[in-house]
Design a protein around this ligand. Structure first.
Ligand SMILES: C[S@@+](CC[C@H](N)C(=O)[O-])C[C@H]1O[C@@H](n2cnc3c(N)ncnc32)[C@H](O)[C@@H]1O
Length: 291
C-alpha cells in the first residue's frame, strides 16, 4: 500500500523501479531552502508546499532542487522524525543514495512525502497522507476493496451489539458497511478533513447516519476504548507504533482486524488469517487478533 512516487527513478547503477502513481507538477521562481518547522497544524495541500518526513530509524542525506532548467542542487540532512518543508507551489527534484545506489524523483507541490523502508528494508520515498508536525503520518489514503471489507467484517463476527472503530477511516466504507450490513454502531477516525466530508456524504447516501459517527482526529489522540471491534488499514510500522495505545485502550477479547499488515508483538493474539483476491485483481491479506 506504500505509494511509491513516480516518474524518474534514475539509478546510477541500475534501472528503474516500479511506478504506481502519476503526478503533474508546475514551476515557479523560488528559493530551495526549506522553511523552519512551522505551526503544528500546517496543511500541506492548502499551502501547496512539499513536505518530506523521515519515518526511518536513521538520519538521511539528500539533495534537492527546483524542477527548473539550471536550478542548483542543495544538500540537506533530515533527522529521524523531522519534517522538511518546501513552500512556494513549485515542483522539485530530489536525489538520495542508499548502499551506493542513487535514486531520483520529481516531487509535486501540495504533496506530502515520507522516507520509509520498503519490504527489503531499503530506503525509499513514498507519498504520505499529510504534512502536519503535530501528528504521525500513519498511511496515505488507499481504500480497502469492497470484497476485503466484507470479509473483514465477517471475520470479526460482527452483530448489532458491536461498536466498531476504523482507525484511519478514509472514505468511511468499513464503518458504513458495518452499520448497513450488520446494524452495528461504528465510528470512523481520520485526520484528513476531506475524508471525513466524503465519509459523512457516503453515510447519508447509505442511510446509516444514525448508526455512525466520523471524527476528524489524530488516531494517537483518540479515545476508542469503547470499541468491541477495531479495523485498520495502515502500514506495518504504523501498527507497531500503535500497539501500546491499543494495549492501553482495548478491553480483553476485542477483535482487531488489520488489512495487509500484521501486528508485530501480537503473534500470541492472532486468531485468524485469510488471503483473498479482490476486485482490483490483487491478493489481499486479512489478519485477525483478539486483545
Ligand atoms: C490506507 S487508508 C485506509 C482507509 C480505510 N480504513 C479503508 O480501509 O478503506 C489510511 C487512512 O489513514 C489516515 N491517517 C493517516 N495518519 C493518520 C493519523 N495520524 N490520524 C488519523 N488518520 C490518519 C489517512 O488520512 C488515510 O485516510
Amino acid at each position: 500500500m506504500k505509494q511509491k512516487i513516480t516518474i524518474t527513478a534514475l539509478m546510477t547503477l541500475f534501472v528503474t523501479i516500479s511506478i504506481t502513481c502519476f503526478f503533474v507538477g508546475c514551476s515557479a521562481d523560488h528559493t530551495v531552502e526549506p522553511a523552519e518547522q512551522q505551526k503544528a497544524s500546517i496543511d500541506t495541500q492548502k499551502n501547496k508546499e512539499i513536505t518530506i518526513r523521515n519515518v526511518t530509524k536513521e538520519t538521511i542525506s539528500y539533495t534537492i532542487r527546483q524542477d527548473n532548467y539550471g536550478a542548483e542542487w542543495v544538500n540537506r540532512t533530515i533527522e529521524v522524525g523531522a519534517i522538511d518543508r518546501f513552500p512556494g507551489n513549485i515542483a522539485m527534484e530530489i536525489e538520495f543514495q542508499y548502499h551506493g545506489m542513487a535514486t531520483s524523483y520529481r516531487l509535486d507541490p501540495g504533496t506530502p512525502y515520507s522516507f520509509r523502508y520498503n519490504e527489503n528494508e531499503e530506503l525509499e520515498l513514498y507519498e504520505g497522507s499529510h504534512g502536519r508536525a503535530d501528528a504521525p503520518d500513519l498511511a496515505p489514503f488507499v481504500p480497502t476493496p469492497l470484497a476485503v471489507v466484507e470479509k473483514m467484517l465477517e471475520m470479526a463476527e460482527l452483530d448489532k451489539d458491536d461498536m466498531l472503530y476504523d482507525l484511519g477511516c478514509g472514505d468511511g466504507r468499513i464503518v458504513i458497511a458495518a452499520a448497513r450490513d450488520y446494524g452495528a454502531r461504528a465510528v470512523g477516525i481520520d485526520l484528513d478533513p476531506q475524508r471525513i466530508k466524503e465519509s459523512k456524504a457516503n453515510a447519508k447516501l447509505a442511510g446509516v447516519e444514525k448508526l455512525v459517527e466520523f471524527r476528524q482526529q489524530d488516531i494517537t489522540k483518540a479515545d476508542f476504548s469503547e470499541a468491541t471491534v477495531v479495523t485498520m488499514y495502515l502500514l506495518f510500522e504504523s501498527n507497531e507504533f500503535l500497539l501500546p495505545l491499543l494495549e492501553k485502550q482495548l478491553k480483553p477479547g476485542v477483535y482487531v482486524i488489520s488489512h495487509n499488515y500484521s501486528m508485530a508483538g501480537w503473534e500470541d493474539k492472532k486468531v485468524g488469517f485469510v488471503s483473498l483476491k479482490a476486485e482490483d485483481g490483487k491478493e489481499h491479506d486479512i489478519y485477525v487478533y483478539r486483545r
